[in-house]
Write a protein that binds this ligand. Structure first.
Ligand code: PMP
Length: 332
């Protein structure tokens, strides 16, 4: 058995698994990239490592320094792990609406957690602006700035896209995922297109995000809302700038939840809602390009991060969403 020289070497090189239900339903081969297998249990470990390494290479992050970031949670968890491994402190600013598991995890990892009320990006109290101010006011600190720091998407050009290409033996017809910072869709899109410009790159946008209308009609306009954490963008971040999006789908929480439920009940995969939305998007992409094709998507994080929300029937009912049916009996 091979050994790994450090925790940081555990980031990336995640497995790609055939998703049976989505494949059978569409006549395509649909594969999920198991990003929950990263040490921080999400896709964001990759961006965290690249952002920290980039700051070190630029000489702006000194030994014993502090990494400050605004995040929906997963990037903070990645930064805290990478920071611990390399000797940096972390200060994480998060909207208070994110799951309790993410807050507990960040505190358990030793990050200093700053919770702020959820607010629009135009509000100076928004978590991103708050994190920038804290970084400016803290000695020997950097602002990770995942939304507009393109070291984020470089992680996906250089690692995620290359891994998918290798794992699928260069036979990739389509790729789709949703966007938070946009690092994953833009980076994997650019990386796969560099290998084969005919790969179809599709954005799967949740309700409440503005990107579907942007790519479909050239207008940043959001409609509806979503309880999915970590996705749903309202602007063209630096990471999204120049993303090679060929087509786009708008995916509801209910459509994403069908796949969260089915992948758990039928295939034993416990995932978060952004993964469900990605798989629903992959099914749409399969219908768009037709049967017989090979499609990859991202399984962004573990469902264990959402036991108090998605897998809590009372929480789901309060949000007007269907609980997992096998949990419903126990709730009654
Ligand atoms: N899903 C989850 C659960 C996330 O935390 C994130 C990151 N915010 C994403 C998807 C989207 O990834 P990206 O930031 O690369 O667009």
């Amino acid at each position: 058995m091979k050994t790994m020289p450090s925790t940081l070497d555990l980031i990336g090189n995640t497995p790609l698994v055939l998703l049976k239900g989505p494949s059978e339903e569409t006549g395509c081969e649909i594969y999920g990239k198991c990003e929950f297998a990263n040490p921080g249990a999400s896709v964001k470990d990759r961006a965290a490592l690249f952002i920290v390494r980039d700051a070190e290479e630029q000489g702006i992050l000194q030994p014993g320094g502090t990494i400050v970031e605004g995040t929906a949670g997963n990037t903070g968890i990645g930064l805290a792990l990478v920071g611990n491994a390399l000797g940096y402190k972390t200060i994480i600013v998060m909207p208070e609406t994110q799951s309790q598991e993410k807050k507990d995890t960040l505190r358990a990892l030793g990050a200093q957690l700053v919770l702020v009320p959820a607010a629009p990006f135009s509000n100076p109290g928004h978590f991103v602006h708050t994190s920038r101010r804290i970084a400016e006011e803290t000695d020997n600190a950097i602002w990770a700035n995942q939304f507009d720091n393109i070291a984020n998407r470089r992680a996906h050009i250089e690692t995620t896209a290359e891994e998918i290409w290798e794992q699928m033996d260069g036979r990739v017809d389509g790729f789709t995922c949703a966007a938070g910072t946009g690092g994953t869709i833009a980076g994997v899109g650019l990386g796969l297109k560099a290998r084969n410009e005919n790969v179809t790159i599709a954005l799967s946008d949740p309700h409440g995000a503005a990107l579907y209308n942007y790519y479909a009609h050239g207008e940043l306009r959001a409609e509806g809302n979503s309880v999915a954490e970590g996705i749903g963008q309202g602007r063209i971040t630096a990471n999204l700038d120049g993303a090679p999006i060929d087509t786009q789908f708008r995916i509801s929480d209910e459509e994403g939840l069908v796949w969260v439920r089915r992948l758990l009940a039928e295939e034993g995969l416990c995932l978060g809602l952004s993964s469900g939305i990605n798989v629903a998007g992959a099914v749409e992409l399969a219908k768009h390009i037709g049967p017989g094709h090979r499609i990859a998507t991202i399984l962004c994080d573990t469902g264990f991060r959402y036991l108090s929300t998605l897998y809590n029937p009372e929480w789901m009912q309060a949000k007007g969403l269907p609980p997992m049916p096998w949990q419903l009996d126990k709730a009654d």
